[in-house]
Write a protein that binds this ligand. Structure first.
Ligand code: NAD
Ligand code: DAU
Length: 353
């Protein structure tokens, strides 16, 4: 494979995947297609933007004509699709944005790949790959026990997870109906550097720094299964290279935490790093109105990925969270530019001439 298209590469996870692929595969041209919505930040990629095998394309996956033209011109060998509207709270406010990007955008990419690769149903295509990066939220919510496996029935509850579930179904349908060489992975909650500070962990890091309240929805009893983002990027590399067509892998850290416990641990780490007395940051915890339709618990069983493809998470949560805090405290300029909105000028300064 000579040319890989990564969509959403200016976002949180996408930027880690782009960095990994650009550095690890210098002979493969990596194209990063991103609309640069509020969540897209080219400052996530300043360390690799000059590399010869890195190419940035600004564009909207909802624009079918643009997507088709790009595929015709570049003749990509593979797609790793991460572009999405990703924030559950925003999906509750504005579901249509999620329908457009997550469903229509995905179908546009599938159509464009089908057009240039010309798959034949029943014939195995080994030199092309359409890899769709998805979420554990498609499986819905767990009670006190059990875990999501690859065969758990889909039961999405939020407009975000409904849109991701729909896109997963379209990807499988293109495999089953047209023979498109598709692969899907469903991952649990990521955390780490370059995480946009609307999501729980970076929001609270930023708020502790600025002595602002830490908003915990409901009683903070909801459970998430946290994975360090670089471990997710490594898993994507493994699945991309080793999975069979039409397969699905769950990716997760076997690392369940109640939200309130995550924030208490974060407060402890922040107090230590900022030289504050133990207990200082916890005083900022504020219980607020619960998220509508808030899923109680996610837990991913990634046994299939670990047994079949040999991937496993590398970091314990305490270690990963400390590393994350260190990154945010060291990269104050990144955080300042994100919170002030200045990051959105970077494309014009660096690329648009
Ligand atoms: P993100 O919101 O940080 O980044 C999304 C990127 O997609 C941004 O750069 C944005 O500019 C781009 N984008 C949005 N709409 C676009 C459009 N119409 N055309 C082109 N580009 C567009 O998201 P993330 O957290 O990095 O998530 C990446 C993917 O991984 C998503 O598909 C998400 O569903 C999935 N996922 C995320 C997590 C998580 O914990 N963050 C976990 C599992 C799966
Ligand atoms: O499970 C994977 C999913 O994880 C991804 O598919 C999504 O793209 C990603 O955003 C994430 O979704 P969550 O809704 O779990 O992440 P978020 O950081 O928004 O919230 C984590 C938990 O914290 C959740 O139970 C809601 C709660 N929360 C969130 C925010 C923003 C709060 O209590 N307070 C907050 O201010």
């Amino acid at each position: 494979m000579n040319k890989i298209l990564i969509t959403g590469g200016a976002g949180f996870i996408g930027s880690h995947v782009v960095r990994l692929f650009v550095n690890k595969y210098p002979n493969i041209n990596i194209y990063n297609l991103d609309k640069l919505t509020y969540a897209g930040n080219l400052m996530n990629l300043t360390d690799i933007e000059q590399k010869e095998n890195y190419h940035f394309v600004k564009g909207d996956i909802v624009d079918a004509a643009f997507v088709n033209e790009l595929f015709e011109k570049e003749q990509f060998d593979a797609v790793i699709h991460l572009a999405a509207e990703s924030h559950v709270d925003r999906s509750i406010e504005n579901p249509l944005d999620f329908v457009m990007t997550n469903i229509i955008g995905t179908v546009n990419l599938l159509n464009a790949a089908k057009k240039i690769w010309k798959p034949v149903l029943g014939a195995t295509m080994t030199d092309k790959r359409f890899y769709h990066v998805s979420t554990d939220e498609v499986y819905g919510s767990l009670g006190e026990t059990g875990m999501f496996t690859e065969t758990t029935a889909y039961d999405p509850h939020s407009p975000y997870s409904a849109s991701k579930a729909s896109s997963d179904h379209f990807v499988r349908a293109y495999g089953d109906t047209y023979g498109l060489p598709v692969v899907i992975s469903n991952c649990s909650n990521n955390y780490g550097p370059y995480h946009f500070p609307e999501k729980l962990i970076p929001l609270c890091i930023n708020n502790i720094k600025n002595n602002k309240p830490l908003p915990i929805y409901g009683k903070g009893e909801n459970v998430r299964d946290w994975l360090f983002v670089e471990d997710h990027a490594r898993a994507i590399d493994v699945v991309f290279h080793s999975a069979k067509n039409n397969s699905t892998y769950n990716i997760g850290g076997h690392n369940e935490w109640k939200n309130i416990d995550v924030i208490r641990l974060l407060c402890k780490i922040m107090d230590k790093k900022l030289g504050h007395a133990d207990g200082t940051s916890e005083q900022l915890i504020t219980f607020v109105k619960d998220r509508a339709g808030h899923d109680l618990r996610y837990a991913i069983d990634s046994t299939k990925l670990q047994n079949e493809l040999g991937w496993k998470p590398s970091l314990q949560f305490e270690e990963g969270l400390e590393k994350t805090v260190d990154w945010y405290l060291t990269n104050e300029e990144w955080l300042e530019r994100v919170t002030s909105g200045a990051y959105q000028d970077y494309y014009n300064k660096q690329y648009a001439h």
